[in-house]
Design a protein around this ligand. Structure first.
Ligand code: PRP
Length: 191
């Protein structure tokens, strides 16, 4: 019988961490006007939803869709912009919300692209960052957890579009997932 991904970070740990991040962000931005939260699709949709509803400061929701080829080695592939922001960010406080920082390539792209639009400030919040991330590209002001270099899924993160709605963060073995195929039993059991 196929099993669900092994748990790395529990639902409860995630809830407590998102509470803590929301508190810190609310304190840091208090009195500075509206913050533009930029969720990076698809993976960040769960964190953005939970985080945005816990903040106590004025906020606006925006999305960008990027494709970064998660799992590719650093230096290979390019980040592609699939969908841009709808609103202007010049003179505004911008907080990028990401599910995972892996090589740091996506964050570097965002710092360049959004930074060029002259926001009042530009910071990042990410739920997890791989310990192997390259330090300079992977700077994250509001970080949930440092994790080992494994393929993680759940809480927005996928493997071939599977597991995004898993409520915890789990670890999978991509080779086993490929053996199982698209119609594998795990898909049917996903919460
Ligand atoms: C994931 C994640 C980040 C990026 C991080 O997106 O959501 O945006 O990879 O990787 P990096 O630090 O190596 O750049 P992915 O391209 O898997 O798209 P998705 O969110 O639509 O699944």
């Amino acid at each position: 019988m196929t099993e669900l991904p092994r748990e790395l970070i529990s639902e409860e740990e995630i809830r407590e961490k998102v509470d803590e991040l929301a508190r810190r962000i609310s304190e840091d931005y208090a009195g500075r006007g509206e913050v533009v939260l930029v969720g990076i699709l698809k993976g960040a949709f769960v964190l953005l939803s939970d985080l945005a509803r816990r903040l106590t400061i004025p906020r606006r929701i925006e999305f960008m869709a990027l494709s970064s080829y998660r799992g590719a080695s650093p230096g290979t592939g390019a980040v592609r912009l699939l969908m841009d922001l709808r609103g202007e960010i010049a003179g505004r406080h911008v907080l990028v919300v990401e599910d995972i920082v892996d090589t740091g390539r996506t964050l570097r792209y965002l710092r360049d692209t959004l930074g060029a639009r002259r926001p009042a400030s530009l910071e990042t919040c990410a739920l997890v960052r791989k310990r192997t991330s390259r330090a300079d590209d992977a700077r994250v002001r509001y970080l949930g957890f440092e994790i080992p270099d494994r393929w993680v899924v759940g809480y927005g993160l996928d493997y071939a579009e599977r597991y995004r709605t898993l409520p915890y963060i789990g670890v999978i073995d991509p080779d086993e997932e490929d053996d199982r195929g698209d119609d594998g039993e795990a898909r049917g059991r996903e919460p």
